[in-house]
Design a protein around this ligand. Sequence first.
Ligand code: AMP
Ligand code: GLY
Length: 438
Amino acid sequence: MKVLVIGPGGREHAIVRSLLADPNVSEVHAAPGNAGIGKLVPTHAIDGNDPDAVAALATKLGVDLVVVGPEAPLAAGVSDAVRAAGIPVFGPSKAAAQLEASKAFAKQVMAEAGVPTAMARVASTAEEAADALDTFGAPYVVKDDGLAAGKGVVVTNNRDEALAHAQTCFDAGGSVVIEEFLDGPEVSVFVLCDGRNTVALSPAQDFKRIFDNDEGPNTGGMGAYTPLEWAPEGLVQEVIDRVAQPTVNEMAHRGTPFVGVLFVGLALTSRGTRVIEFNVRFGDPETQAVLARLKTPLGSLLLAAAKGELDKAEELRWSKDTAVAVVVASENYPDTPRTGDRIRGLKKADELEGVHVIHAGTKLDEEGKVVSAGGRVLAVVALGTDLVEARERAYDGVELIQLEGGQFRTDIGRKAARGEIKVVSSATGTLPVTKAKA
Ligand code: AMP
Ligand code: GLY
């Protein structure tokens, strides 16, 4: 099987790496890729967000499957164009990608499907925003309604700051979703969907804030680990039964079937499991950790999803190891990141036992040296027999990486390794009974 992977980041590097380990995959191409992907497979310098350009490349290469990594091409309709060219594609249509592209749309679908989530209101004026903030009270949660690469959300105790974020979104011509605050640990569950069937991957935890102890602004994600020893038994089944399957059913019912990854961002709150958000693609950097443990051949699995045949796919098999991914970001991320700096130590880190480096914002300069080219530059991924060992290995790798101004969190997976994560309520049994459509 020949596969084309669309996207420039760490998630795509991890996907390419796993595809190459699938004995049924004979050839992998990527567009546009990055320096790390370019070391593994041929890359093509097209605009990955341009539906016609992607469909034309997929046709020219004669691939059997296109895997679309990021949200932007999905929201732009890349999957639709590839499907129209008669090529199976792993990634939702433009219409189904609205589950991520519009938070207000996602809330409607969740309401219709009976999915437990935070109470929310849409606001498009300062008055509506103030009213909604006062209805829910502090801590305040204000979300840009459109795509914002994980950075459009402000969670704050400061009412003025919450109002200011809403105003910034209004000034840009948008609206906001204001929500009740969800307490409790967050979990990312990736559910493969083929339009009808759902298969959940092993849960992971992501670290959204830039600094240790969850301080500073939100980022795209600074690290991840999986599996979650502390997660309540039955969590994955609950996610399928109460969240993913009802959502997939609702999307099919609307005539916009969902094919791809439904990324369920959850909070395990004192009042039960709640969906924080949907994304319509693999999470970054969770994917770097999750795929490091997946033993089932990835290409065959994604092709089955693309063809509506997930019910015939083999059962998932996982390594017993724990995986940790620590992101190294450039100076000033998540603001305007500094780029163009040499990255050293990549090979040394890669050679450590159980460690591999996944590139994100990297490129080759004129001399063919790897330099930083984005906010999140790379992730050091490590497998270990437990979280303690995996963390040690990942941080040993990070220590070997040299990047001027580079920043990383030192506490990825630390609380879990110390047994400090508590789920107040059990995952099952505490939810309000909601009506799920058949
Ligand atoms: P989102 O883009 O919706 O995933 O939000 C980004 C991050 O903001 C989440 O991962 C949470 O850490 C935080 N967040 C979003 N919604 C809420 C909420 N209702 N309550 C508490 N934290 C939230
Ligand atoms: N790591 C969260 C995301 O991909 O949005």
